[in-house]
Design a protein around this ligand. Structure first.
Ligand SMILES: C[S@@+](CC[C@H](N)C(=O)[O-])C[C@H]1O[C@@H](n2cnc3c(N)ncnc32)[C@H](O)[C@@H]1O
Length: 384
């Protein structure tokens, strides 16, 4: 098989990189009692560290993994609202750096995948052909070579409506969804769609590998403002066709939480991870509004705070850290006047934090009741 080689694919000793799980520490929250259908785990942090920390509990157990990574577009993305908080950066020094990044994420996903599991990789023309080679090598050439062998199952074209046009080439109106199975046994329940031929008028047929699903418009009920948010009907089709109720579904680049919301609604258990604080804040809001139970984990050890009481730092994305002398640490995102808590702890133990308008004091409470009153949350300057 022809081989795709990039800088860093092999270590100095000539051995293939990314074979061994990473050893980065991840803070795992206390186990909740409710872990039934619809339950999930949301983690804030780099997905290799998080996925490898999850191995102790979920190695070889995830039935469906959907990955919607940065596509290698060469742009930084911001939230589409009046504040425009930074969401994530998709700029890379070169294509080798991008491929090294993606290879490590595919390796981490593979370690979680069940023997009968499926992995779906969402990409587009920027890097899709390269990622297909990466996946072929890792999972197998499947139906490209011999029907039913492990690896490649389908290349689905997602055709959407929105987007610009060009006078110099055809308008780009589709993404690629690459489906791989871990072995030669996998679950598939073909979705039915209305037939288009005259012969079958009024009947349904099995869905083919070209999907026309509108992208999210400005008025859509599900719109969160998070950039590159995918439409729920797209995830519904993937999740319903490649998993069963009660199965475990993971999204390691969960962004606004589309996969997690749909998986929960369809009665799957789910694991979600994102490195961006704005993404995690968006997921928390969305999943709570959907009435889903979840636990929050963090891969970032929270930095020590200034014992003078108020600390702090406001970065792009309006993330700030406050602390007071009672040992409370908290991370939150402020967008406009709304404060969304990401994570709060007291002396290392997770605690709950109340939502507060920016500029007012907030309470942080543990399971027994009130624990501490945080000083006024600073109102960030918009140009931060
Ligand atoms: C294309 S967006 C995902 C959008 C998502 N499917 C949705 O519907 O909202 C890609 C996401 O990958 C996240 N990301 C990038 N690098 C990451 C990493 N190393 N670990 C975890 N998440 C990462 C970004 O923060 C961003 O939210």
């Amino acid at each position: 098989m022809p081989e795709l080689v990039w800088r860093g694919k092999y270590g100095a000793d000539g051995a293939r990189s990314n074979l061994v799980p990473s050893a980065s520490p991840v803070l795992l929250a206390r186990r909740e009692r409710h872990r039934g259908a619809g339950w999930g785990l949301l983690a804030w942090g780099d997905n290799v560290a998080v996925a490898d920390a999850w191995l102790a509990e979920f190695a070889g157990q995830v039935d469906l993994i959907y990955l919607d990574p940065p596509f290698g577009v060469g742009e930084a993305f911001a939230v589409n609202d009046q504040h425009g908080a930074a969401a994530y950066d998709d700029r890379w020094p070169d294509v080798d750096a991008y491929l090294a990044f993606m290879d490590a994420r595919l390796a981490a996903a593979q370690r979680l995948l069940a023997p009968t599991g499926s992995l779906w990789l969402h990409c587009d023309h920027h890097t899709g052909p390269l990622l297909a080679l990466l996946c072929d090598e890792r999972f197998g050439r499947g139906d490209r070579e011999r029907n039913g062998s492990p690896g490649f199952r389908n290349e689905v074209i997602w055709h959407y409506g929105l987007g610009g046009s060009s006078a110099r080439c055809y308008a780009k109106k589709h993404d690629l969804l690459l489906w791989y199975s871990a072995s030669s046994r996998w679950h598939f329940e073909p979705p039915m769609v209305p037939a288009t031929s005259q012969r079958m008028a009024g009947l349904d047929k099995k869905c083919p590998d070209v999907w026309a699903i509108p992208s999210i418009n400005n008025q859509a009920h599900e719109r969160t403002g998070y950039p590159t948010q995918k439409p729920e009907p797209l995830l519904e089709r993937i999740i319903a066709s490649c998993s069963r109720p009660g199965d475990l579904v993971a999204d390691l680049f969960c962004g606004s939480g589309t996969t997690l919301a749909v998986a929960g609604r369809l009665g799957r258990r789910w694991l979600g991870c994102d490195a961006g604080p704005v993404a995690i804040a968006t997921c928390r809001r969305r999943l709570s509004a959907a009435g889903l139970h979840f636990e929050l984990h963090s891969a970032e050890p929270l930095p020590a705070f200034d014992a003078s009481g108020l600390a702090v730092r406001c970065d792009a994305g309006y993330m700030a850290l406050v602390g007071d002398v009672s040992g409370v640490e908290a991370w939150f995102v402020i967008a406009g006047d709304e404060v969304t808590w990401l994570h709060a702890r007291s002396r290392g133990e997770p605690v709950l934090a109340t939502v507060a308008p920016a500029g007012e004091a907030a309470w942080v409470v543990d399971r027994q009741g009130c624990l501490a009153r945080l000083p006024q949350i600073p109102r960030p300057r918009l140009e931060l």
